[in-house]
Design a protein around this ligand. Structure first.
Ligand SMILES: [Zn+2]
Length: 91
């Protein structure tokens, strides 16, 4: 019997579209309360998802404060800047 492999899907906090997990970055709030880009998708902590190469999605999420509400934490300007440059570096 052939097994259909189901790819887990997650919703981007920017554009609100559902995508395969592999097409999204995970932004995670670590147990220390730090907000970082989790490229492995395996870091411990509360996570939110955002499209790969999704600088626009990051801007949208920022405007709507969706990362803050998803991760239940305040996100300072410096953290957004770091996320943005990490995402840009990956393109
Ligand atoms: Zn998106």
């Amino acid at each position: 019997m052939k097994k259909v492999k189901k790819v887990p899907q997650r919703k981007c906090v920017g554009c609100n579209e559902r995508r395969d997990k592999g097409d999204l970055y995970r932004v995670v709030k670590t147990p220390d309360g730090e907000v970082v880009l989790d490229k492995t998708g395996k870091a411990a902590g509360r996570g939110a998802y955002i499209c790969r190469g999704g600088i626009k999605c990051l801007a949208l999420a920022r405007r709507a404060h969706r990362l803050e509400s998803n991760l239940d934490t305040a996100i300072p300007e410096a953290v957004y800047a770091a996320l943005e440059s990490e995402m840009a570096a990956d393109d």
